[in-house]
Design a binder for this molecule. Sequence first.
Ligand SMILES: Nc1nc2c(c(=O)[nH]1)N[C@H]1C(S)=C(S)[C@@H](COP(=O)(O)O)O[C@H]1N2
Ligand SMILES: [Mo]
Length: 315
Amino acid sequence: MLIKRPAGIKPSEITPYDFYRRRREFMASAGLLAAAGASGLLSAEAFGQDGAKLSGFRKSSFSTSEKPNTFKDISSYNNYYEFGTDKSDPAELAGKFKARPWTVKVSGEVKKPRTFGIEELLKFPLEERIYRLRCVEAWSMVIPWVGFEFNQIAKQVEPTSKAKFVEFVTVMQPETMPGLRYPVLNWPYLEGLRIDEAMHPLTLMAVGLYDQMLPSQNGAPIRLVVPWKYGFKSAKSIVEIRFVEKQPKVAWEVANSSEYGFYSNVNPDVDHPRWSQKTEKRLPAFFANHKTEMFNGYGDQVAKLYAGMDLKKFY
Ligand SMILES: Nc1nc2c(c(=O)[nH]1)N[C@H]1C(S)=C(S)[C@@H](COP(=O)(O)O)O[C@H]1N2
Ligand SMILES: [Mo]
């Protein structure tokens, strides 16, 4: 169905959440919700992604007590290069993205390879995790994700002793993702973690933001969140997870290995070749207003994963 934007409002001023609400209001006023429901047209495509409510999740003790950014901040300032490289591109251009039907294929060094439907994944016990996200570009936000620990997936597929790393692959939808036309990265977006990093309880598969299903621009319907690493490790809209023996060549390393390494732990002592990583701009702000913390402040939980490693070498 095609719904026109209200006159006088620029697309850039409409957040997906506003758009969703207006669409619901419009449909309700036109009696379309009831009609759609009755005819079975109330499809997951329309209501399984942007804005659909999530409920029944518990709050996690892993959450930071810092004040979260607003839904609008989090869903209108994004890096999702498959839609475009400007921060506003994903929110403006992800409108046609299809987050249903959706499956995640889990394969490689596992005893029980399998493909999960998104409906099955949504049945894992969901928690609210308020995490800091620190981008390599030196801005940060505080984000209330809803999701489950990645290790829950691992438990079901049973990794073998050869599984040393985990690869995460983002979907390619050329018909809905205009950015794929440009070879900015080696598509599909590939990220990877060492197996112990992936199994760490802080490593989250996020399906929601506040109490809504993830907006497309934030990686609907399911994305990775690794809070002690730079934002780009958190691959969006995941369709495939592979347990592998060898360290993968991840997308940003392929693009520029002198600037982006495999580990990409938040580290104020290792500058990016073109800028310092000592401070960050907690959005919304014009200037740096925060000191960047080692492991983005999650050192108590994760520093032990890197004991004895030279983090200047393994950046
Ligand atoms: N598939 C895909 N995943 C991605 C990116 C991307 O361009 N494509 N950008 C990364 C970067 S650089 C950041 S900072 C985070 C941003 O997540 P957010 O928009 O939900 O805040 O997503 C990461 N995941
Ligand atoms: Mo980022």
